[in-house]
Design a protein around this ligand. Sequence first.
Ligand code: KG4
Ligand code: ZN
Length: 339
Amino acid sequence: MRVLGIETSCDETGVALVDSQQGLLAHQLYSQIKLHAPYGGVVPELASRDHIRKLLPLIEQVLTQAELGAQDIHGIVYTAGPGLMGALLVGAMMAKSLAFAWHLPCLGVHHLEGHLLAPMLEAQPLAYPFLALLVSGGHTLLVDVQSLGHYRILGETLDDAAGEAFDKTAKLLGLPYPGGPALAALAAQGRPDRFRFPRPLLDRPNLDFSFSGLKTAVLHAVRGQPAELAAQDRADIARAFEEAVVETLVVKSRRAWQTIQAQRMVVVGGVGANRRLRDALRQAGEADQVAVHYPRLEFCTDNGAMIAYAGLQRLLAQDRREYPVRARWPLEELLPPGE
Ligand code: KG4
Ligand code: ZN
C-alpha cells in the first residue's frame, strides 16, 4: 500500500509518500520561518495562506521525485489536529479533494501520533514498546508507547512546553525567532556557574513538568543586570536556562524509564535537536542501559513523512473512522484502530 501524507498543522508544509513495503519514497518540506520571523511568532492567518500557496507544488514535487502518478497511490492522509485551525483545514481540504477526485480512502491523523512514530521511518525501525519524550514548541510529554494507538501519558507539562520556554526566554534575551537554536548557540558561550535557575517540579515524585516559573526566573535575572545586558551576561543566562531545562528533562525521563522498565527511549520534537539534551540523555541512558534513539533531524521536527507513516499504519489496520479537524485534540482521546 502506498500513501500520500500531508502536514499543515503549524508553520511547516510537509508532504510525503510512504510505501508499506519500501518505506519512505519521497518527501518535501517547506518552512514558513522567514514569513513569521518579523512578528516574533507564528501568525495563524499568514500560515494558512502560505500552506495554500505551497501545498500543491509540493505534492507535485513529491510525485515527480517518486516517479509516480495518482494511479499509483492507495490512500491520502492528513493531520487533523491538534494545531492551528485554519492551517489544518487547508491540509484537510486538499487531502479530501484529491481523495474524492482519485476515488481513494482518506484519513485524518493525530499530529502527536505522527511524532511518536517518527523513529519508524529509519532504516532500522525501533521495536515496540518504547518510552517517548516529545519536546516541541507546543508539547512536552513522556509517553509509554506500547503499539500503534496504545499510548499511556506518564507525564506532561502543566504550563509552557519546553520549546515554548526556549522561545520565550530567547525573546527576553533579544534573540531572533525561533529562539531555541539561537539560545542554544548563545548558551555555548556561557559560563556554567554564574547563574542558577530553579528545576521546576523536580522534588515531586510525579513525571509532570512546569516551565513557566523558569521563564520568570530568567526575567528577574535580566532585570537584575544593568539596562544594557553585556554579551557575556546574556550568554551566562542562556547557559543557566538551558542547563535547568535539560536537567529537568533528563531527571524525569530517567524516572520514567525506571518506572516502566523501558529498554528503549526515543526523543522527538524540535527540542530534541538540542545538543546538550542529547549528550545528557545519552549519558544517563548508558548508566541505566537504556538505548536513547533520535529520528533523523528532519523527522524530529514537523514533517509530512511521519504523518504519511502513521496514516499508512492506520489504513493498513482498517481504521476508516472520521476524525474531525480539531485545534485541540488530547492524545488520550485517540483510540487504537478497531476499538
Ligand atoms: O517540533 P517542532 O519543530 O514544532 C512544533 O512545535 O511542533 O519544535 C519547534 C521547537 C521550537 O520551540 C524551537 O525553538 C525548538 O523546537 N528548538 C530547539 C532547538 N531547535 C529547535 N530548542 C532548543 N534547542 C535547539 N537546538
Ligand atoms: Zn509537531
